[in-house]
Design a protein around this ligand. Structure first.
Ligand SMILES: *Cc1c(COP(=O)(O)O)cnc(C)c1O
Length: 416
């Protein structure tokens, strides 16, 4: 491990601006996995970091800042309102809470105790994932629906919309839908049956960007609330996210998140986000208070969102593809492996490099290779999701330019 004041063994792999981590004695890593939270997300554009620094030098009213964020997010998404959260998971918590309480401050105060409230969330069984803990944290129970026969190969079907309709009762607060290229049933069918029963649909679209068109797609399809991660491809602060959707629901979420330590008489909320006439009083600090958002995070997210949309899918894909092509080129002729550039699906999602290891010839498994890269200096983190197929994956999304050469050096050092 390289410490401050100690000469680096691999001077050429030292990257610029690592000084704060050198001072702390914390080694930096190469993140070829994705914008994984465990690996600190990605590398922020200087324009975003500069905007965040500037934001810290002034004070603002947080409700006014979030109300302006609402207008800007509405512009990008087509939603009635939007809100900056501490991540997509925080947006899931706030969105669920909003569906449970509506605009009733007494209910807001009781969460996560949901006794006597609509406190069930219906979810297709194949959409269950470890982020839905954030939904359950609001005090609801998940009601799983359907069978995903297609995953085990026993059949071809997944949950169907009629099964969701059959599971909705007067206790249903929302339907949770986790968006994805392979997600079934189609979102419009789910929305149709949920809305027929008067139930809102909450869409987890945390990782569905790019394509940038997905900022508008789920709202256009009729979703009531949509959650995005700010710390993934948008390139905002690692702990930021977006909740957008119906005005009343976003208002209900904001009321359970913003600091409310103020006299009712002096509370003069910005009309872009709040309608004072709709509530009898202010709730206490709400269920979202432990996931608070600072002004610099709001400013950073908004700056990153503008840049993400302005860059566009084609330029972004070309930038990422060039990085991955560099990696493929640098690995040309590598022993015991074939290296392939896989283009992103739909031409908009990120390309990946697949390294297929000849495990017998290399005398190691793909998981061994992942572990040895991780133990290297600097530590290189590949995506291990396909190691059981003998594949090691590399993603460009969180890389710095030059990282691809570091990765190639290390793979060559290990495979010979
Ligand atoms: C990443 C992710 C989340 C969490 O996003 P954060 O912004 O890290 O809170 C939630 N749901 C899904 C499907 C994700 O991929």
């Amino acid at each position: 491990m390289t410490r401050a004041n100690e000469p680096s063994r691999l001077a050429m792999t030292q990257r610029p601006n690592a000084s704060v981590y050198e001072r702390l004695g914390v080694p930096t890593i190469v993140n070829a996995h994705t914008t994984a939270t465990r690996l600190s997300g990605g590398v922020m554009r200087p324009e975003v970091a500069d905007a965040m620094r500037e934001a810290t030098q002034w004070n603002v009213d947080m409700a006014t800042l979030e109300a302006r964020a609402s207008e800007l997010i509405a512009g990008h998404t087509g939603a009635e309102a939007g809100y900056v959260t501490a991540g997509a998971a925080a947006a899931l918590l706030l969105g669920t809470a909003a569906c449970v309480t509506g605009l009733d401050p007494a209910r807001m105060n009781r969460l996560p105790d949901t006794n006597g409230m609509k406190n069930e969330v219906v979810v297709p069984r194949s959409h269950r994932n470890f982020y839905d803990h954030a939904v359950r944290a609001a005090g609801v129970t998940l009601v799983e629906v359907g069978l995903s026969d297609r995953y085990v190969g026993a059949g071809v079907r997944d949950t169907e919309a009629w099964e969701i309709a059959a599971a909705i009762t007067d206790r249903t607060a929302a339907v949770l839908y986790v968006a994805g290229a392979d997600a079934r049933p189609p979102l419009p069918e789910v929305i149709a049956v949920a809305h027929a029963a008067g139930v809102p649909v909450l869409v987890d679209a945390a990782a569905q960007l790019p394509p940038a068109g997905n900022l508008k797609r789920f709202i256009a399809e009729g979703a009531d609330l949509v959650c995005y991660s700010g710390g993934k491809a948008i390139g905002g602060p690692q702990a930021s996210g977006i909740l957008c959707g119906k005005r009343d629901l976003v208002m209900a979420a904001a009321l359970q998140h913003l600091d409310q330590d103020i006299h009712w008489e002096q509370w003069n909320p910005p009309p872009a986000l709040f309608d004072k006439g709709r509530i009898p009083g202010l709730p206490h600090h709400g269920i979202g208070r432990p996931a608070k958002v600072g002004k610099e995070a709001v400013v950073g997210l908004l700056t990153a969102l503008d840049l993400f949309v302005a860059e566009g899918d084609d330029v972004r894909a070309a930038r990422w593809t060039a990085l991955m092509q560099n990696l493929v080129d640098a690995l040309t002729g590598i022993r015991h492996a074939t290296v392939t550039l896989i283009r992103g699906r739909h031409g908009a999602t990120a390309p990946t490099v697949h390294l297929t290891l000849d495990e017998a010839a290399a005398g190691m498994t793909a998981l061994d290779l992942v572990r040895r890269l991780q133990d290297g200096e600097p530590s290189v983190h590949a995506n291990p999701s396909r190691v059981h197929d003998g594949l090691v994956l590399f993603s460009p999304v969180a890389l710095q330019t030059g990282d691809e050469r570091v990765i190639a050096e290390q793979v060559r050092a290990i495979l010979g």
